[in-house]
Design a protein around this ligand. Structure first.
Ligand code: R5P
Length: 290
């Protein structure tokens, strides 16, 4: 099991869950910005996998593809990819004339270099499954059991809240597992940083703690505007739980200013808000064993 730079701790933990051997590789940039790769392990005839989360993907993908090709060149029988966060899932249709459907192009490109892919809760909106766009076998681990355990262990009287209809798939599952009620808000996105949120009646839940749950927190405007609207309707300050902590630089301030009491994320992307581990759920979804 090899890791892309920055994924060492996650790969160590995953390898120890599986009883897999950790492989060493050097990946660095030459002074001119090109990528250098060296695998420091005997590979011939062995099954390999690469652990690399793909937030801010553009600078990570070329090192990933070069490492995959190097492993294959050195005799790997298979090269799998564990990408706890899978990038380029949101542009799944041509919203404006002339736009590229980058989810398809990205999937097609990765499929040329890896033998299988495991990820956590990919942003499936207009696709039913990753198989619609990936040409290699894919497996999906879900964060819902880990999030539900965290909520059940930490909070009294939670009210789970999905900020938009897309989030209902995660929120309903978590609510069911945590034996908690849930509501779904209505979101209208007007731009990358401009969202409007409408709240249904919450009169039955005024003594509950709202827990906003979404797959991705990026600029945090979705969470922040939801938090403002919930408080405007009489609910206490909400907690935010995100599966994937993309969190742009000003996201923490945006959440603070909206009165969010706490933000917790899963460890699919390393971030100070990480508080819920999905390693064991990924380990269950790998097609290889140590
Ligand atoms: C939407 O498609 C996703 O599920 C999230 O709601 C979205 O990515 C959050 O983005 P932001 O934090 O920038 O509002």
């Amino acid at each position: 099991m090899f890791s892309l730079p920055g994924n060492e701790a996650f790969a160590d933990s995953l390898a120890s869950h599986l009883g897999a051997e950790r492989g060493e590789a050097t990946i660095r940039s030459f002074p001119d910005g090109e990528t250098y790769v060296r695998v420091e392990h005997e590979i011939d005839g062995r099954a390999t996998c690469i652990v690399g989360t793909l937030d801010h993907p553009d600078g990570k993908v070329l090192p990933l593809l070069f490492l995959a090709e190097t492993l294959r060149d050195l005799g790997a029988t298979q090269v799998g990819l564990v990408a706890p966060y899978l990038a380029y899932m949101r542009q799944d249709k041509r919203f404006q004339p002339g736009e590229g459907i980058t989810s398809r192009y990205f999937a097609r490109m990765l499929s040329c270099h890896i033998d299988w892919l495991t990820t956590v809760d990919p942003h499936l909106h207009r696709y039913d499954s990753l198989n619609e766009i990936y040409d290699v076998p894919t497996r999906v681990a879900h964060a819902a059991p880990a999030i539900a355990d965290w909520i059940a262990g930490e909070l009294d009287a939670p009210l789970l809240v999905g900020p938009d209809s897309e989030s209902e798939q995660w929120v309903s599952d978590i609510a069911h597992r945590a034996d908690a009620p849930y509501i779904v808000l209505h979101k209208k996105r007007r731009g990358d940083r401009d969202v409007r949120i409408e709240v249904p009646s919450v009169d039955d839940w005024l003594d509950h703690t709202p827990v906003l749950v979404d797959d991705i927190i990026s600029t945090a405007n979705t969470m922040a505007e939801s938090a403002r609207q919930l408080q405007h309707h009489g609910l206490p300050a909400p907690l935010c739980i995100g599966v994937h902590a993309i969190l742009t630089d000003d996201a923490a301030d945006t959440l603070d200013q909206a009165g969010v009491s706490r933000t917790i994320t899963c460890d699919t992307i390393p971030h100070p808000t990480n508080g819920i581990s999905v390693v064991e759920h990924i380990a269950e979804q790998l097609p290889i064993r140590g």
